[in-house]
Ligand binder design. Structure first.
Ligand SMILES: [Zn+2]
Length: 61
């Protein structure tokens, strides 16, 4: 599966894709714009593939 983690666009046969390694995972971005978005909020895009998402609950109740 080769698609841009940010916008989901297919990067397989696309010119100008950018390869980027994040935490030993090789990612392919369709454009520098998407890479910059990812770099600002990497946890948003990486969390989608992980099950252990912690939701902070309000414990004041
Ligand atoms: Zn993209």
């Amino acid at each position: 599966m080769e698609s841009c983690p940010v916008c989901g666009e297919n990067t397989k046969d696309k010119a100008g894709t950018i390869e980027y390694t994040f935490e030993e995972k090789k990612l392919k971005f369709c454009s520098l714009t998407c890479l910059r978005i990812f770099q600002q909020f990497p946890e948003i895009y990486m969390n989608e593939k992980e099950d252990d998402i912690n939701i902070l609950e309000d414990s004041r109740a």
